[in-house]
Design a protein. Structure first.
Length: 368
């Protein structure tokens, strides 16, 4: 495992222990992992999200309510409730993860997708405006916010925003809203007045144990294996910046810690992705996962001419995070896939025990 800047328990614990963190989307896959890390670091977390869609979602499996200072069932589209919950909590940090995050679902529910992802982000920023004290806010978007001609050139933070599908476009629109609020209400030159530091973060395709969402490759693989069926790949040659869920979460925490210490230096937009020579296709990911799981070759591909458009090639340039934050990924793509397969293959420990074992391994090994 590579060392990665300040992504260590000792450093992060110093920034988050005893601090109040307002976390939207804490009942989702990434949110449930981040909740566990923050609880482990000693933060008091107030979660704000819709209830999990299923009883077997990761949040239920880790007994998420027990790890929250408070857990609120709320909708991002309800500005009155969101603002009230945030202002009463008086957070030191806001991590905005809640989203409609599935590309294919965005084609079915485009209005909901734009309302949640774009207006929901505006509501989080508007709620932060009402806070009368210093606060650091991270708006989590996606690597899909870039206008993507699929030329194979990695995107930098200054590249043009866009989006073919409603999900990508809604997140690009959210990025524009973040930029507008930063310049209009949270300008660094006026920090002494508003005391808010804002960043938007764009991560690659995240994999990890406990993801059971529809239309994602790893959950699709696990469901097929559980049913004794071959894995079916819709887009086997699509290239994605695959990374273990702890990679972007460690990056978010490191960035937020640095922002709280020097709010004028570290705001803005950041990419967090794997090394540029470490991309894999969907088929390659599947092959590695099945080998790790002991089911090598147990897959098939399909071609659907009527399938909705999804980008085939997507790469991120994370040199800004490396140069400014000292951050770089600890796990290569193969290790990320093995860690994920290991989580699902372990049938003896609870979900929380499996998550915590990997959290400790990820954050504590960098200190050794």
């Amino acid at each position: 495992m590579k060392k990665s800047g300040d992504v260590t328990k000792q450093y992060l614990e110093g920034a988050f222990r005893g601090k109040r963190v307002f976390l939207t989307g804490h009942t989702g896959f990434k949110g449930a992992w981040l909740l566990q890390v923050l609880h482990w670091l000693g933060a008091d977390v107030k979660g704000y999200a819709l209830p999990p869609e299923n009883d077997f979602d990761l949040y239920h499996r880790i007994n998420g309510d027990e790890q929250c200072y408070a857990s609120v069932n709320g909708d991002l589209r309800d500005l009155h409730q969101l603002k009230g919950e945030m202002v009463r909590f008086e957070p030191h940090f806001v991590f905005h993860l809640a989203a409609q995050s599935l590309v294919r679902r965005s084609y079915e529910y485009p209005v909901e997708t734009f309302a949640v992802n774009t207006i929901g982000t505006v509501h989080v920023l508007e709620a932060m405006r009402a806070l009368p004290h210093p606060c650091t806010g991270l708006m989590i978007t996606t690597d899909k916010v870039y206008e993507n001609p699929e030329r194979g050139t990695p995107f930098t933070e200054d590249d043009k925003l866009g989006g073919y599908d409603p999900y990508s476009a809604s997140k690009a629109a959210a990025e524009i809203a973040v930029s507008s609020y930063t310049r209009s209400f949270f300008h660094p030159d006026q920090y002494a007045r508003h005391e808010k530091s804002i960043a938007s973060v764009r991560a690659g395709n995240v994999i990890g144990g406990g993801d059971y969402a529809e239309d994602r490759i790893v959950p699709d693989i696990v469901r097929a294996l559980d049913r004794g069926e071959k894995v079916t790949l819709r887009n086997p040659q699509s290239v994605r910046p695959w990374q273990h869920v702890l990679e972007p979460l460690g990056a978010y925490l490191t960035l937020a810690a640095k922002m709280s210490g020097d709010p004028l230096r570290y705001g803005g937009a950041y990419n967090f992705g794997p090394e540029l020579n470490d991309e894999k296709t969907v088929e390659e990911l599947t092959q590695v996962f099945l080998t790790a799981y002991g089911r090598e070759g147990f897959y098939a591909t399909e071609h659907n001419a009527a399938a909705r458009h999804e980008a085939k090639l997507l790469l991120l340039d994370s040199s800004k995070a490396r140069d400014l934050l000292g951050w770089r990924p600890k796990l290569n793509a193969a290790a990320a896939i093995y860690w994920t397969a290991e989580w699902y293959a372990d049938k003896t420990r609870s979900a929380h025990e499996k998550c915590m074992a990997q959290i400790r391994r990820y954050f504590e090994e960098a200190e050794q």
